[in-house]
Design a protein around this ligand. Structure first.
Ligand code: 3PG
Length: 210
């Protein structure tokens, strides 16, 4: 299920790794470890000055991974990420201008929502695949179960506060396609270059059922 031609971004991997890279080489090393663990997708967040460079480097050096840009919080970042080679976009929340800028790139994208009104606004804009953020703080699985009643057409990638322990309860829900999280790249493992540990965490996540 790793082909970028997957019809749905939510069906590529059960866990979408949310990654912060301090430099391009670190991004490449993380991407390689995720692929080694069997998770060929990465949401590289635009939270460091090196993020766009990391996306470019991963695109060039780890072509087997589907690299997307996360933390799109301003419209111009959508085009910058697309130009750097991002193949999908993710925003933690959604304004009209951010949504429009992501649409303009022609790339698949997951707009962030945290309330039912935001879900309805996204559906009105033609988006039925959404990031629920911050998932745990917004009600977690209880929120998702409640939303499935009135708005069954919305599907989610919940992210924010999810762990290896809580991920299965999210993945068991019919309106969840995948979950996102940073637990696959613990700060100490990344800082010390412990790529075996990252690959092991990725392998455990890749084996989660949905
Ligand atoms: C995100 O941008 O999706 C979150 O920062 C990831 O949340 P987590 O670090 O709690 O997994």
């Amino acid at each position: 299920m790793s082909s970028p031609s997957e019809s749905s971004l939510l069906d590529v991997v059960p866990v979408l790794p949310v990654v912060v890279a301090e430099d391009a080489a670190q991004g490449v090393a993380i991407a390689r470890a995720l692929v080694a663990g069997g998770l060929p997708a990465i949401e590289l967040t635009l939270r460091t000055p090196a993020a766009l460079e990391a996306i470019r480097a991963i695109t060039a050096e780890v072509p087997e991974i589907l690299v997307g840009a996360g933390t799109i919080v301003a419209p111009r970042q959508a085009r910058l990420a697309a130009d750097a080679g991002a193949r999908f976009l993710v925003s933690p929340g959604t304004t009209r201008s951010v949504l429009h800028a992501m649409q303009e790139t022609g790339l698949p994208f997951l707009p962030g929502v945290a309330t039912v009104s935001e879900v309805l606004a996204a559906l009105e804009a033609g988006c039925s695949e959404l990031k629920l953020f911050p998932a745990e703080a917004s009600g977690g699985t209880a929120f998702l179960k409640a939303v499935a009643g009135p708005v069954p057409q919305a599907r989610f990638c919940p992210t924010g506060g999810i762990t290896a322990t809580s991920a299965p309860s999210y993945l068991a829900l019919p309106n969840v396609g995948c979950v996102g999280g940073s637990w696959l790249t613990p700060g100490d493992a990344v800082a010390s270059g412990d790529w075996e540990r990252v690959a092991k965490l990725a392998a455990e996540a890749a084996g989660l059922l949905r």
